[in-house]
Design a protein around this ligand. Structure first.
Ligand code: 5GP
Ligand code: MN
Length: 342
């Protein structure tokens, strides 16, 4: 990944006016990368004397609650005081982090679109970003937005500008988006960045514990139930899927984020190529897809579930019943295999 000097200069120029008001927005169901990149960037902007408000459409998972500064992130869905709308309306700059299309903001989309005068800057690693940004740092080859953010902060201010809190925030996104440094897109540059973040004060085992060993008992039991009772294999055991209905989640005291990692688990089976998770919400079913190697679930999500994402991690939505959604998945997987994609 190589940042364009020209683009970095343009961003530097945009940030040179004193006392700017910035809104930092990230995607629905914000994850470690969304929250981590937002908090780190807010830290960098405040160090320059600018105002920064981080906004997410809905709540982040509880295992991120420990992150320094997370209490200042405005959750649009719970924002009875209109702080998000105000910050977006008054913003000079709007930073769009870790998503490629305004539609990914769902309930926050219209509020963002209402401000037509602010300059918009995209910093993201998803394929096929929307047009219409004033400046784009779109690197689909990057393993996380936090890694792009690290490189940007390094280029703009030098790594000395990274405080311990910023370093932890950046590390969270790098760690979670790579499955603790196990997926693809792991480059020497990423590990150099991690080395620097350790120098800037990240204690790796502590951050790991805070994120991955912070679940509830209900989540552990739901995981066992899902793998044992709900995981189904098709295509000669090379494709898996799993579904959870609302009553099943309720039984285990489900909280948002509890199903994180479930979809990956089927891929621990040696011959598994692709895995899906169908999670029932009130109005739709959220589809999560994971794959190994050349199997392109971004393509699959686009083709069959009106979604997208990355090659090995993608998602979408279904407005059909669970039965119909699963039947569609099974049919689509067959077609995908027949078309030579599996
Ligand atoms: P997850 O399964 O963790 O929710 O999402 C995996 C990846 O797929 C993420 O990078 C996310 O951005 C993408 N993704 C999830 N749901 C959707 C969706 O409805 N539309 C699009 N375009 N991407 C999605
Ligand atoms: Mn990400």
């Amino acid at each position: 990944m190589k940042l364009s000097t020209d683009q970095v200069d343009r961003l530097r120029q945009m940030l040179s006016t004193p006392g700017l008001r910035a809104a930092i927005v990230s995607h629905t169901n914000p994850d470690g990368d969304a929250v981590g990149s937002s908090l780190a960037w807010a830290g960098a902007l405040r160090a320059l004397g600018h105002e920064a408000t981080c906004i997410v459409p809905n709540k982040y998972p509880y295992f991120l609650d420990w992150m320094p500064g997370i209490e200042e992130v405005v959750v649009f869905r719970n924002d009875t005081e209109g702080r998000a709308a105000r910050a977006l309306a008054e913003a000079d700059l709007i930073f769009c982090l870790d998503f490629n299309a305004v539609s990914r903001l769902e309930i926050l989309s219209d509020t963002l679109s209402a401000n037509t005068s602010a300059r918009r800057i995209l910093i993201d690693h998803h394929l096929s970003p929307d047009e219409g940004f004033d400046l784009m740092f779109s690197y689909p080859g990057a393993s996380s937005t936090c890694y792009i953010m690290y490189r940007l902060i390094e280029a703009l201010f030098g790594t000395e500008a990274i405080t311990q809190q910023m370093a932890e925030a950046l590390y969270v996104g790098m760690m979670t988006d790579t499955g603790n440094f196990a997926f693809s897109s792991l480059t020497p540059g990423l590990f150099r960045a991690v080395a620097t973040l350790v120098e800037r004060g990240v204690h790796v085992p502590t951050v790991y514990n805070n994120v991955y060993n912070a679940y509830t008992e209900g989540r552990a039991r739901l995981f066992g139930y899902a793998i044992n009772r709900k995981m189904q294999l098709i295509e000669d055991g090379t494709v898996a899927y799993m579904s959870l209905m609302e009553h099943e989640m309720r039984r285990f005291g489900f909280q948002q984020g509890d199903s994180e990692g479930f979809v990956n688990y089927a891929l621990t089976i040696k011959k598994m190529k692709m895995s899906a998770m169908f999670l029932a919400h009130r109005k739709f079913i959220r589809v999560s897809l994971r794959s190994r190697g050349d199997v392109d679930v971004n393509l699959f999500a686009r083709k069959y579930f009106n979604g997208g994402g990355h090659k090995n991690a993608a998602g979408g939505k279904s407005y059909d019943t669970m039965e119909e959604t699963i039947a569609r998945y099974v049919r689509s997987v067959r077609e995908f295999a027949e078309d030579g994609y599996l």
